[in-house]
Design a protein around this ligand. Structure first.
Ligand code: ATP
Ligand code: MG
Length: 423
């Protein structure tokens, strides 16, 4: 590196520079410096203050300390602490002074630090046009560098915060939703269990009485006291309600598991139409009872995707479409390509989505469906899946007329994707 630096700077006249080694001894002087001072490179290894007239050892030490502090950056000789001078007194000529201009340290390929000190004849506060523009340029470079570093710092900080807040927000949103959704069924299943436990204790009492039974009257009395008829009917209701609550919790948990499994399977180039067909066959009767399914398939090349995940997306869209249709209607499924992307579309003639809801449909747990019908995870999950595929979902909806969801997928995935969990 040093060789290149020397080669490039050697002939920048009238600019002198010397290089000091890690012990602050002269290592090299460029030809301008040698000519001006009469001190050649045979003086290498000696202390600059002892060979150059006018160099102040204390000021030099301060400059070198600054160079260490700002390693790799230039220190500009623009104040009293960074002024270095070399006095030149050639025989018969008027005395002249070389003024320190800028200094910097660098590590060469041998791993050792070196110091480059630049000098020129005009003093740093000289008013010559060359000096003025030179120092203005240096000043601007320094300011730009300070600005850039500040901006870079701010950018890194902002990026960090954004990543963290985005991730935290989605984890927080999901966690709050899970807590909210699960809290209610857990609450009543828990209280049902307590009541059931007390019923079971009473029933055991009745059964135990049978053991040492003196008369049937005794058991009748006990049955009456414990309100056996009520217990009998309530036990069944409580068990049914608890089963329904546990079922809801199970559904939520399995949807959440779908979230965490996104991206764990491989991407393969497959026939999307086949995927759609097999989804429609499982979606089955519920949908067909409500809607006529119209297929308008275009020409599709094999699309690189995780087909089991894409089938899940299609299922969510088709089920939503059917649920949006109050009595009967039509669900149209279309496919096509544009440039390097394939798309698939599910359109319904249902009730449409109002403006306020349309802002929130991809939020986990956002649902407008009655309790027990929707968990509000379908579209959030579908969106995560499509994002993992580097695609996107578009929604077009008209209240009272219907809704069209269009899923875009790249035909080829841009790069091999690391499996990762989505939240
Ligand atoms: N085709 C559609 N027509 C009208 N509204 C829709 C349609 N698809 C989605 N929505 C609206 O978006 C909401 C969120 O849909 P999403 O699929 O995420 O949850 P969900 O269907 O309510 O519940 P889940 O899918 O978990 O059973 C729905 O409750 C509904 O209000
Ligand atoms: Mg849904």
């Amino acid at each position: 590196m040093m060789q290149e630096l020397f080669r490039d700077l050697q002939n920048v006249a009238p600019l002198g520079f010397i290089v000091l080694d890690k012990n602050h001894m002269l290592y090299f002087a460029n030809s301008y410096m040698v000519t001006q001072t009469g001190i050649g490179n045979d003086a290498a290894g000696r202390e600059p203050a002892s060979i150059y007239q006018g160099i102040d050892a204390t000021a030099l030490a301060a400059v070198l300390r600054l160079c260490d502090d700002y390693a790799g950056k230039a220190v500009i000789a623009d104040d009293d602490h960074t002024q270095l001078e070399i006095h030149i007194q050639a025989a018969g000529e008027t005395p002249r002074v070389l003024h320190g201009l800028l200094y910097f340290s660098f590590i060469d390929t041998d791993g050792c630090p070196y110091y480059a000190l630049f000098f020129c004849e005009f003093p740093p506060r000289n008013t010559s046009p060359f000096h003025k523009s030179f120092s203005r340029a240096l000043q601007e470079i320094r300011q730009t560098r300070i600005d850039q570093q500040r901006l870079l710092g701010e950018l890194e900080c902002a990026n960090d915060q954004l990543l963290r807040s985005d991730k935290l927000a989605s984890i927080g949103q999901l966690a709050a939703g899970v807590a909210h959704e699960i809290n209610n069924p857990v609450g009543y299943v828990f209280s049902n269990l307590k009541t059931l436990a007390s019923y079971v204790r009473d029933l055991i009492k009745i059964v135990d009485t049978v053991e040492d039974l003196d008369s049937l009257d005794e058991i009748r009395r006990l049955k009456q006291n414990l309100d056996y008829q009520y217990i009998r009917s309530d036990v069944e209701a409580l068990i049914q309600e608890s089963e329904e609550g546990i079922g809801r919790i199970k559904r939520i948990i399995s949807s959440l598991q779908d979230f965490s499994h996104i991206g764990t399977n491989g991407f393969c180039a497959v026939d999307l139409h086949q995927g759609i067909e097999s989804t429609l066959s499982i979606a089955g009767n519920d949908i067909r009872q409500k809607a006529v399914i119209v297929k308008e398939y275009g020409q599709l090349p094999p699309v690189e995707c995780d087909i089991s995940q894409i089938k899940q997306v299609v299922l969510n869209l088709v089920v939503n479409a059917a649920q949006a249709i109050a009595t009967t209607g039509t669900i149209t499924i279309r496919t096509g390509t544009k440039d390097t992307e394939a798309w698939l579309e599910v359109e319904d003639t249902g009730k449409g989505i109002d403006e306020a809801s349309s802002q929130r449909i991809f939020e986990p747990f956002f649902t407008t469906k009655p309790l027990g019908q929707g968990t509000g995870l379908g579209l959030a999950l579908s969106n995560s899946i499509i994002q993992k595929h580097q695609g996107r979902i578009e929604v077009f909806s008209e209240l009272g007329k219907g809704t069209r969801f269009r899923v875009w997928l790249p035909i080829k995935q841009a790069a091999a994707k690391e499996p990762s969990n989505a939240v």
